[in-house]
Design a binder for this molecule. Structure first.
Ligand code: Z5A
Ligand code: MG
Length: 227
């Protein structure tokens, strides 16, 4: 008998929504339930490409044009593609702390700074480099108001953590999920959770999304779809 594949579960959301906190809780909960599980964070700052991204995010002296940094974020996911697929095929469920959806909305939200024609990057341009990557069975989206996010520790330390940028990110995530003027991803992929409650309350709601993701894999064809 072959091992059933693991589920691919992306945790997405606005800054300080509690993605990393919830990923840690989930990892423990899955393992305690006897479900083999691993966690992969994007950007993965440990690789050579990840070092460049980290330097861009944390210092103002590293300047890259918007297209180049976008492609680096995508390349940082492509370098994990094989390990994502082999993890799933080995029967291990994989949690992704941010994934292509952050990649799309953060780049599309940016005011163009360097290119001579100051147009924001389009969503379709931003989506293109990630086409072909493994598609999550479910995307759990942690939704939080801007004021609540700003109260949480660490907000404002990195390049994109500015109110104006965050508001644009919020609108673009809504558009991506199909709540605004037309979706550019499948609506059923998204599981939206109110992330404004206590850590325990949010964890309870996130777990329901995980159960849905696991159900989809159990009842699916076994294939990992592509983006
Ligand atoms: N980015 C991009 O541009 N392109 C891409 O392709 C990708 C990312 C993948 C860094 O990401 C930046 O990269 C990010 C998007 C961009 N830019 N911004 N802005 P990152 O994932 O490395 O960012 P981070 O430093 O991990 O922050 P975060 O993800 O925004 O935070 P979080 O993981 O959602 O929150 P947390 O660390 O779990 O919690 C934050 C604090 O709140 C902490 O003190 C917790 O204890 C507290 N917390 C958590 N939950 C709660 C609740 N429920 N109540 C009260 N307090 C809570
Ligand atoms: Mg985080």
């Amino acid at each position: 008998m072959t091992t059933p594949r693991g589920a691919l579960i992306a945790i997405e959301g606005l800054d300080r929504a509690g993605k990393s906190t919830q990923c840690d809780i989930l990892l423990n909960r899955l393992r305690a339930a006897g479900i083999p599980a691993k966690l992969q964070k994007f950007p993965d700052r440990t690789t050579p490409i990840g070092h460049m991204i980290n330097s861009y995010l944390t210092t103002t002296s590293t300047n890259l044009d918007d297209q180049s940094i976008h492609l680096l974020f995508s390349a940082n996911r492509w370098e994990s593609r094989d390990s994502i697929l082999s993890t799933l095929q080995a029967g291990t469920t994989l949690l992704l702390d941010r994934y292509v959806y952050s990649g799309i909305v953060f780049s599309a939200a940016k005011p163009a700074e360097v290119i001579p024609d100051p147009k924001p990057l389009s969503i379709s341009w931003c989506k293109a480099p990630d086409v072909g990557l493994p598609r999550p069975d479910i995307i759990i989206f942690l939704n939080i108001g801007q004021e609540e996010a700003e109260k949480r520790a660490g907000f404002g330390e990195e390049r994109y953590e500015k109110r104006e940028m965050q508001e644009k990110v919020r609108g673009l995530f809504e558009r991506l999920r199909g709540e605004g003027s037309g979706s550019s991803t499948d609506k059923e992929d998204w599981w939206v959770v109110d992330a404004g409650g206590s850590i325990e309350e949010v964890a309870g709601e996130v777990w329901k999304g995980v159960e849905e993701g696991l159900r989809r894999v159990r009842e699916g064809s076994g294939e990992v779809r592509s983006i």
